[in-house]
Ligand binder design. Sequence first.
Ligand SMILES: C[S@@+](CC[C@H](N)C(=O)[O-])C[C@H]1O[C@@H](n2cnc3c(N)ncnc32)[C@H](O)[C@@H]1O
Length: 267
Amino acid sequence: MRQLIPREINFLNHHGIKEIDWIKIGEAPVEYLVGWAEFYGREFEVNQNVLIPRIETEQLINLSLAHLKSIFHQPLTINHQPLTVADLGTGSGCIGITLYLEILSLSSRARGQRRVEGSSTGIQMFLSDISDKSLEVAQRNLDRLVPKPNLINLIRSNIFDQFPSNLKFDLIIANLPYIPSARIAKLPKSVKDFEPLLALDGGPDGLKLINKLIAQSQLRLKLSGVLLLEIDETHKIKDLLLPKNFRAEIIKDQFGKRRFVKIGKEN
Ligand SMILES: C[S@@+](CC[C@H](N)C(=O)[O-])C[C@H]1O[C@@H](n2cnc3c(N)ncnc32)[C@H](O)[C@@H]1O
């Protein structure tokens, strides 16, 4: 019989679930049972077509905001040209939607406004995924969480293949599938039996899609633009197929694991 950890008990209580038939449920993650997961203080709808947002991934938001502040000056003001941001492999939309809302809140605070408005934000935000079923979940999260959801572009695309060809970005963030294929069978049952393989399997070395994205970023990043990616702790800079003018830096997560890579063009 499955033993719940305190976090799972609290989570179920919070969602009003007291009685559960654990024999029927097996190792299903509690987030799929209730249909919600928390990310950066907000609740996102989830189902088995999307990965459950992970706490480590929240750091991508902090890293993104720190980068944007460094290029747009403190406090974040977005006056001159639209800030262009893409979240690839958006899944539930948790990264792109959170970042958009945090940028809105920073920019309205900088302008001394009390309410967060979706208009004239100066941000062009693109969320994309290859999976139609993920995009349906992302769309519902967008409609519920974002004041003017139609200002955000949701695109079905294999990495950048289906994006308009002339679009370049200040920031590209992505938590693409990065687990090496051979490790999938060794993952906990709660992951391998419930979460979508499309969200986990990164090919033989886990870098199939990450390296495809890096190659496409040569044309997609503005000169001062940055690529912020979540990676597997086994990945090293030498495993990345970096164009000559790109520089990369590995960043650890809050558990001390090598978890992110920040890539930019050398000026
Ligand atoms: C690890 S999940 C991340 C989901 C979400 N961004 C998060 O952090 O919780 C990876 C996502 O990439 C999507 N994906 C897989 N292959 C892709 C591809 N070739 N192009 C774009 N998205 C892809 C999957 O459908 C999945 O939603």
